[in-house]
Design a protein. Structure first.
Length: 322
């Protein structure tokens, strides 16, 4: 008479336990993908960090699938497919959707030029070649501002600079205002540009940097506070057409930038192709440089090649909707 011990496999490990070891992390990973706001932000702002890395959950999914294939049961393998299905639901449309086509009214470029591998003259040549009507430069070294002004003057007769931010335009600028977002220096400039698409309020922005530190975890407090200040200013801005260009030091999935994304539409999401990663420039793994719109519609959105900074520039063509 054969006795059923409930054990499976040569090692005698109970199959239910083996399945659970794969199924539990698989289901938790699927929930984190689909509902990242359920992840607590304490300690260490881990929720924001996870939201920033959402596309890279694919690595954990691949590990689970390999583990399930090597050690699991059929039920475990099926469980490991759940987070894969969640990832595909979220990101396959981003990777496969055809870019929006159509003519725009004008082009805008945003570029953090703070890397040590570039010069104002080289940046100016590349910027002018894009045909952009508006150029927002962030993290401009203070000593290099005159060189940028000289190199861009012929193509962009209108410009304004504040601290490490600059906005250059082929069209007149007015109502220029440096915005105090709670930091030691202005993190944004607002100006109204008389573009071919009509008067447009243009925000050139560089939010405070974020760091991963042992004591604090994902240190995003100053960035989140500045984003909230900026969102409040935008909410009170009566301009029917608005464009935010800049380095937000975060993915738009990050809950810390939600005050901005609730009001403005991302150009990359509607007119770009793929994830549009911009940092670090040699091998980008996250998109932290953005173009956000109100009363305008992106017709094209692209990330340009590495031009020598630690960020890649983003170029967007837009047309008016309001």
């Amino acid at each position: 008479m054969t006795r059923n011990t409930g054990r499976g496999g040569a090692g005698g490990r109970p199959r239910p336990r083996r399945t659970a070891r794969i199924a539990v992390p698989s289901l938790l990973l699927a929930v984190a993908l689909l509902f990242p706001r359920l992840l607590p932000n304490r300690p260490g702002n881990l929720g924001s960090l996870a939201e920033t890395a959402l596309p890279w959950f694919a690595v954990a999914i691949a590990v689970l699938l390999l583990w399930a294939a090597a050690r699991g049961t059929r039920a475990g393998m099926a469980a490991a497919l759940v987070p894969l299905a969640a990832w595909c639901y979220l990101f396959v449309p981003t990777l496969t959707a055809p870019p929006r086509a159509g003519l725009g009214d004008f082009k805008a470029l945003s570029f953090n030029v703070g890397g040590a591998r570039t010069t104002p003259e080289a940046v100016a040549r590349e910027v002018i070649a894009t045909g952009a009507d508006l150029v927002a430069l962030e993290k401009v070294p203070l000593g290099a501002v005159p060189a940028y002004e000289k190199a861009l003057a012929a193509a962009y007769p209108h410009h304004t600079t504040r601290n490490t931010l600059g906005l250059w335009s082929r069209h007149p600028l007015r109502e220029v205002e440096a915005l105090d977002l709670g930091g030691p220096w202005p993190h944004a400039i607002r100006a109204v540009a008389g573009t071919p698409g009509g008067d447009t309020a243009v925000y050139t922005v560089r939010l405070p940097s974020v760091r991963v530190r042992a004591a604090e975890g994902f240190a995003i407090g100053p960035r989140d506070a500045a984003a909230a200040h900026l969102a409040d200013r935008i909410a009170r801005d009566p301009a029917p057409r608005m464009m935010l260009l800049g380095d937000l030091n975060g993915s738009l999935d990050d809950r810390g930038l939600a005050p901005l994304t609730r009001q403005l539409e991302p150009a990359q999401e509607h007119a770009g192709k793929g994830f549009g990663f911009t940092w670090p420039a040699p091998f980008p793994v996250v998109r932290i440089d953005h173009v956000l719109l109100r009363g305008l519609e992106a017709t094209t959105a692209s990330v340009l090649p590495d031009l020598g900074s630690d960020h890649r520039p983003v170029l967007t063509e837009v047309r008016r909707t309001a």
